[in-house]
Ligand binder design. Sequence first.
Ligand code: C2E
Ligand code: CA
Ligand code: CA
Length: 972
Amino acid sequence: MAALRVLIVESASRDGQRLLDAIQGGTTVIEGCLVADPEILASRLQAEQWDAFVLSCTLPELPALDAMALFRKQAPAVPVILSIERGAMDFPFELLENGACDFVFKSNPSRLLAVIERECAKSSLSRAGQEDVAGTIDSLPASEGIARFQQLSSNLPECYWLADAETRAITFISAGYEHIWGQHVDALYADYRDCLTYVHEADRERVADAMQAHREGGLDIRFRVLRPGDGLRWLHARNFPVRSEGGKVLSVGGVATDITGQLASKLNLSYYTHFDALTALPNQWMFYDQVQRMIALSRRSGLPLSVMVVDVDRFHEVNQALGYAAGNELLRQMAGRLSGSLRESDYLCRLGGDVFGILLPELADSQQAGIVARRIIETLIMPVRVAGQDVFATASIGIGFYPQDGQEVHELLSNAQLAGAQAKQQGRNSYQTYSSGMQDHMRERMFLEIDLRNATLCEEFVLYFQPKVSCADGRMTGVEALLRWKHPRRGIVSPDQFIPLLEETGLIVQVGRWVLEEACRHAVEWQRAGLNMPSVSVNLSARQLQSETLLADVATTLEETGLPPSCLDLEITESMLMHNAETAIRTLSALKKMGVTISLDDFGTGYSSLAYLKRFPLDAVKVDRSFVQDIAADSDDASITRAVITMAHHLKLKVVAEGVETPEQLALLISHQCDVIQGYFFSRPLPADQMTSVLLADQRLPSNHLNTGSRKPMALFVAVTGFDEVISWLGSEGHRVCAVPDVAGATQWLSGNLVDVLVCGAPRKGFDSAALIRLAGELQPRCERILLADSRQWSRKSVAELSGSGLVHRLIHLPVEPDAFQRIVDEALTRRHISEEYSRLSHEVEVVERQLVQAEEDRRRLSDENMALQAQERQGYRVLQEVLTALPTPVIGVDVDGWVALLNEAAIHRFAERGIAPGVALSGVLPELSEDLAGGRVSIDGIDYCCTSQRIGMASQAEGRLFLLTEIGNRT
Ligand code: C2E
Ligand code: CA
Ligand code: CA
C-alpha cells in the first residue's frame, strides 16, 4: 500500500515535532508535513493530494476556522483531525460540529496514528462500497414454501427476512439479524425501520432511500452498521419479491451478508480487528493482550501496575434523550479527553459500550493511580457539546492493582469493575479502589435489590413522621414524612440503604408517588380531627423532580386527599438544583404557584452559597445535621450556622435545624435566632399512631428552653461565696437564680439552660474562672458575664488576661458591699430581660415582615394574573367587534338605558334612513325592536327579519341587549 500523506497545520515547535513523531512507527507508512503559513497551506492544498489533515486550534497566524474553510473548498472528502491544548478554556465545539472528525491533545497525541488510520480506512472503504458489486447470488426461488425458507434460513449466518408487501412490516427475520446487527429482533418486529437506527449515519439516508425505491425487490446495496461494543460491520443487502401463483407479490424476501472480513482482506486492513471503529482506541482484545504482557514485566520488575475501568455515568440517558448518533459522538469526545489526561506510557482502550479501560504500568506507588483518577474526573467535568447541546458527562472509575487484586487479566479487570460499580453507587463522578470486602457488599446489595423489586408498596413500606417545632413558641410547625421498609426477614431497613437502590432502578418514582399520597392522607386525617398539623413535608428524589408527571401528581394528590396546598412542603436537595437549574426553577415555580412550599434539605453539604440559591423559589433552608451535631463543641460549626441563619433571614428564608439532639444544641440555635428545629431532642420519627398521640397531647418544647416573653431571666452564680442573702433576695424578686460551687456544675447548667447573667467567683486554686468565662462565651454568647476579683496575686494575673479578651462585661473588685453587689446583678438581669424582649420582638417583626413580603408577592402575582385576564378579555372584545362589523346581517347593541351602543356596517347601511347612530335611543329610531319581541319575527320597512334578542354582559362592565336580524324574505 502506498504511504498515507498527512498535512499537519502546526508551527515547527515542540508541539509540531510531537505530532510528527506520533504518526510514525505503526504498520502504515505515513508521510507527514508541517505547515504554519496560510499562503503555503493554500498552495500545497492546490498542488498535492492528501489523505488526512491535522489542524492546530491555537495558531495565531492561521485561525482554525479559516483553515477549515480552505479544506472544505479544496479537499472536502479528506478527514480533518484537530490538535488541541489540554485545559484550553474554549473547547473547539464549533470545529467539531463543522466537520472535524476527532481531536487529540498536543501534550499526548498517542492516539493520533490510530485516528488517522481509522479515518483513512473509512474513506477507502466507503469508496470501495460505492463501486459496483461483482457477482450476484442465486435468487431464492419464490416457489419454495415460506416455511421451508424460514427453517433453512434460521441455520445460516446471513440475515434473511420476509416482509409484508403492503405494510412492509417484518413477518420473519432469521437469527442472523441478532448476530450481524447485535440488536434484539423485538424492536424490529415492532417497527421495520428500527434497523436503520444502527446504520452508520453517513449511509443512513442512502439506505432509507434505496429501501423505499426497491420496496418490491431489486435492492442491492452495501452499507455500514455500528454494532454495540465492537463497532463497525460492512453489509451487503439484497431483496426479491415472493409471488403467488397468479403472479401477485405477496411478500418481499431479503438477505444481508456481513462482508467486513472480505473487504478487510481485500484492502489489507487488520485495523478493525485491533481497533475500535468509533473512538480509534485499541479494542478489548488488544487491551487484554497488553495487560497480560505488562503483568509479565511487572512480575520481573516487582513494580506494581494498575488497571482502571472508566464507566460513563448515565450514558443510556444521553442515548435516549439525544439519540444514538449523539451517544456515539459523546463517546468519541470522551475518548479524546481521556487520552489527554494520561501519560504516553499509559494505555487506553475502549472495553465496549460506554466503558473504557486504562492500564497504568510501572507505578511508583499506588497513590499515583488515585492522582490519575482525580485528573480524569477533573478533565471530564467540562461540558461536552453533542447535537448542539452541552452535556455534562461524568464517569465512575474503579481501580485494581496487580498483584494484590488479581493475578491475571480477567480477575484484575473484574475486580476493578466491581470497584467502579461501587463508585457509581456512591454518587457517581468519583473513583474507588478495589478492596476484598466489596465482593460481599455487592452480593448483599444485589439481594437487597431483588427483594426491593418484589416488595409491594402498601405492605412492606410504611411512613414515619418526625415533628418540626418552632423556636418561638415551642409548638409543632409540621412533620416530615420519612420512609421505612419493613423487610420480611431483615426487619426495618434504613432509607440510606434502599433509597439509592430505588433511585437507580427507577422504582423511586412509583414509591415517591405513594409517599406523597400517604403523607397527605395522614395530614388531612389529623387536621380533620382538629389536631395542630400546619404542614407535612415530603422528600423528593432527583428523579421525581425531573419527572414530567410531578406537577400533575402533586395537583391530583392535593385534590384527591383534600389537603390545602399551603399545608404541603416539598424537600429537595442542592445537588438536585445544580443538575439542571433552569428546568428546576420552572418546576419549582409551578409548584409554588399551586401554593406548595419548598424547603432546601441538607443545606451546607453542597458547594453552593446561599446567594446562588437566591435564584430558586425557596421558602426555607434546612441546616444539615452534620453542622448541628458539632455546633456546641466546635466553634467553627457554630459560626457557620450563625452565618447561615443570618444570611437566610436576609433572603427572607426560614431556617430549620435538623438533627437537634441535645439541650446545648437547642440553646445555641435559639440564641442564634433559628426558627424551627427537628431532631431526637424533641422526638424521633414515629409511626402514624404514635404521632397521633403526640398531637393529641399537644406536646411542645419545654418553655425553659425558649426565648418567649414569659420566660424569666436567670442568673448563674459559680463559686461565689458570702452573698447567700443577696442570691435569695434576687430569687424572691422574681428572678431565677442558681448557685453552683465549681466549673463542672456550671458546665452542666450552661449546656442545658439559657443563662442570662453569669457571676463568676474570684479565681483561686482549683477554680479556673478564665476557662469558665471562655466556655460561657462559646456556649451562650449572649449571656452577660460578671467576674469577681480579689487582690491576690494569682487572681490579678488571670483577671488581666481575661479583661483584654473582651469576654468579661463587668469586673467587681472584692471586697464589695452586699447592696452594691445586689444592685449590679439586678441591673444586669433587667438589662438582659429588656434586650431579650427587644430581640424577641424584632424577631417577631422580622417574621411578620417576611410574611408581609410573601403576601405582597402573592398579591402582585394575583394582580398580574388579573391584568393578563383583562387584557385577554379586551382582546376578545375587539375580536368580537370585528366579527360583528363584518357580519352581513344587521347587529344592533343597546345599553341598559336603551341607547344604541354598537352597530355593525350592515345595520348602519340598512337603517341609515331611520337615523340610526350610536348614542340615539333605539325606541326613537326603530320602535319595532323591543325587548319582548315574541317569536322573533319582525318586519321593518317591508322586509321580514328573524330577530334574536339577547341580554349581554360584555367586558364585564357593560350590560345591555343585542339584536341580531336575519332577513327572511321580501313581503311583496
Ligand atoms: P433527610 O431528609 O435528611 O431526613 C432526616 C434524617 O435524619 C432521617 O433519617 C431522620 O431519621 C434523621 N434524624 C432526624 N433527627 C435526627 C437526630 O436528632 N439525630 C440523628 N442522628 N438523625 C436524625 P432517615 O429517616 O434514616 O432518612 C434518611 C434519608 O433518606 C433522608 O434524609 C432522606 O434523604 C431519605 N428519605 C427518607 N424518606 C424518604 C422519602 O420518602 N423519599 C425520598 N426521596 N427520600 C427519603
Ligand atoms: Ca428531608
Ligand atoms: Ca436532611
